[in-house]
Design a protein around this ligand. Structure first.
Ligand code: URA
Length: 443
């Protein structure tokens, strides 16, 4: 295998053979292909895409780069959810304990921040002591005990994706349907699931803003899943504004706990319940959507979900008291209220600008080695379409210091635009399954 020839072939718009993908991914995982060559190849894929055969070969090679989690003999259905990434998307923190407390095992395997989007692992690590680096053996033992583990992609699961994901993050090669599909599906299929629910984001803050491309991504992932024996369903959800109010790791953990205590912003809770309904019905843990929703609501009302989250936190080395008192989380050094600079109607709350601002405040990675500050971020209390008066408090900035507050103010001035009118995408627009794409009634 001559790597420059493969890069050249792909650069010129030709397909690589399945054997090439298998060898290349094995060699890259073993450290025999340098990042600079892989970066060049990723950029070629970004521009030319992959044929279905190439995508299947790449995904299989990424799965084969590691081990698989097996759940034979567990006696429970097993399901997981994955989001294509957004700003303020803390759904996994709520959904994993919620679904687990309804009798479905959830090996919630998540990623770190990617581009302007936040990652569930980074959010969980805002809880002091929380260990996301479980081995597969530890994850399986924890799932047997409490039905849920929230883990990072261990070195054993799709290690090729782990390396490629970090490389794509810093080489502007994230926004590609085949690369996203192979990345998500390789780690999910290695989990040995009975069902997978995908939250595919659309709108300006999504990696693929146009709904047609988001639907194409969903269909691509569903095909990969179904062809490998994993029933897969996707919901298309809005990312033209942040989900919920909190954006930033600690702030999002606090908002997730609020949701598990029966509060939480309506949009966040709606998306969480809708995905939960899909998870329960997909693996047969509920007869229909109405029953599934009622079980999820009841598990929150009764406190079982919160208790399950506390058990997961404790099992993974964190302080479970955080679910009773989120204020024990480390807090930002400087907090400032942001007021509407003029009256009118909020015309936009741009998620990309908010995500980038969190990076600028120190809450994300610019290079693969960066350490992040969990405490920084924003709480934004307006959505497009809301009417505001000049001077109304519409957000709070959480920064390390006064300079960070200034950075945050600049970002909010650019992200939150106020004009004459504002429109929101419907929160959930489509349900996509092996059988096709169906519109979802507005919520
Ligand atoms: N989430 C992933 O796991 N991979 C991607 O490429 C994008 C979002």
């Amino acid at each position: 295998m001559v790597i420059p020839s493969l890069i050249q072939h792909k650069r010129d718009g030709h397909a690589l053979r399945p054997r090439d993908w298998a060898e290349l991914i094995a060699a890259y995982t073993a450290g025999r292909v340098p990042d600079y060559q892989m970066s060049a190849l990723l950029m070629a894929v970004y521009f030319h895409g992959l044929t279905p055969e190439e995508l299947a070969a790449l995904t299989d090679a990424m799965i084969a780069s590691g081990d698989r989690l097996g759940f034979e003999g567990l006696g429970l259905p097993v399901a997981d959810k994955h989001s294509t990434g957004g700003v303020g998307d803390k759904v996994s923190l709520l959904l994993a304990p919620m679904v687990a407390s309804c009798g479905v095992a959830v090996p919630m395997m998540s990623g770190r921040g990617l581009g302007h989007t936040g990652g569930t692992l980074d959010k969980l690590e805002a809880i002091p002591g929380f260990r996301t680096g479980l081995t597969l053996r530890e994850a399986r033992a924890q799932i047997e005990r409490i039905g849920c583990a929230m883990l990072g992609q261990s070195p054993e699961i799709a290690p090729a994706d782990r390396k490629l994901y970090a490389l794509r993050d810093v080489t502007a090669t994230v926004e590609s349907i085949p690369l996203i599909a192979a990345s998500i599906m390789s780690k999910k299929l290695a989990e040995g699931l009975g069902g997978l629910v995908l939250d595919v984001k659309t709108g300006s803050g999504a990696f693929l803003p146009q709904p047609e491309r988001a639907i194409a991504l969903a269909r691509t992932m569903i095909e990969l899943g179904e062809a490998r024996g994993c029933p897969t369903v996707a919901l298309l959800t809005a990312m033209d504004r942040p989900l919920g109010r909190a954006c930033g790791h600690t702030l999002e953990v606090e908002e997730a706990i609020e949701g598990l205590r029966g509060g939480g912003p309506t949009d966040l809770m709606e998306v969480t319940y809708a995905l939960g309904v899909e998870m329960l019905t997909l693996v047969g843990a509920a007869g229909d959507a109405a029953e599934a929703r009622e079980r999820l609501l009841e598990s929150v009302r009764s406190g079982r979900t919160l208790e399950r989250f506390a058990r997961v936190i404790e099992a993974q080395g964190g302080n479970p008291a955080v679910v009773e008192d989120p204020a024990i989380l480390a807090q930002a050094g400087a907090v400032e209220v942001y007021r509407a600079p003029r009256g009118g109607v909020v015309s936009g709350v741009e998620p990309r600008r908010i995500g980038r601002a969190i990076l600028e405040l120190g809450g994300g990675r610019v290079t693969m080695e960066d350490r992040i500050d969990h405490t920084v971020g924003f709480v934004i209390t307006v959505k497009p379409g809301d009417r505001v008066r000049r001077g109304d408090p519409i957000a709070s900035i959480f920064a390390r210091d006064a300079d960070g507050v200034v950075t945050g103010e600049t970002a909010l001035r650019e992200a939150i635009t106020i004009g004459e009118e504002g429109r929101l995408l419907p929160l959930i627009t489509h349900r996509i399954a092996a059988g096709g794409v169906a519109p979802v009634a507005a919520v």
